[in-house]
Write a protein that binds this ligand. Structure first.
Ligand code: FES
Length: 172
């Protein structure tokens, strides 16, 4: 149970807010990192910790593109295909990733390492084309950088580095 496994982290998060429900996103991130995605039971667990109605947590969890309703890979590769990124090669980038990973956007590789997704503007248009691996931004990405980038990410998993599909450790 999250309340036991993450007791000290949850207590630290709750101490930052005047009311419990303000901590709904950080707790969803913890739940997602624990379970890999959020289903009905996981959302209920967060709701119970925060004394919130299930539907309130559900509304938040289903609004954000960084909260997943089904299992994803260790690395979620999100390629921005909004206008500025499209004009600078996002489509070629998506096509290259699909070909190298052997999946279509929206799918996960059979080894569970990578999920590929298209997303809309992630706020770094001046460095287009842009993608993010979990919450780590990768700027000015061209297809020739893709093999090295995938290898780099795979090695992080092999080394057992702590990963967060929610970007929970991005600020640390
Ligand atoms: S359009 Fe791609 S980051 Fe804004």
């Amino acid at each position: 149970m999250l309340a036991d496994t993450y007791a000290s982290e949850i207590a630290a998060i709750l101490s930052r807010y005047p009311i419990k429900k303000s901590a709904v996103l950080p707790l969803c991130y913890i739940a997602q990192d624990e379970y890999g995605y959020l289903n009905i039971d996981h959302i209920q667990e967060v709701a119970d910790i925060l004394d919130m109605p299930y539907t309130d947590v559900y509304e938040v969890a289903t609004f954000y593109s960084l909260i997943y309703d089904q299992p994803v890979g260790k690395w979620v590769l999100q390629v921005c295909d909004d206008n500025p990124c499209c004009f600078t090669g996002a489509e070629e980038l998506v096509a290259d990733l699909e070909q190298r990973l052997g999946i279509q956007a929206g799918e996960t590789t059979p080894d569970g390492l990578f999920t590929l997704q298209r997303v809309k503007c992630i706020g770094a248009c001046h460095r287009a084309p842009v993608m993010q691996a979990n919450l780590e931004f990768l700027y000015d990405v061209t297809p020739d950088q893709v093999p090295g980038m995938l290898e780099d990410l795979a090695q992080k998993v092999q080394r057992g580095e702590t990963l967060s599909v929610s970007g929970r450790f991005a600020e640390k």
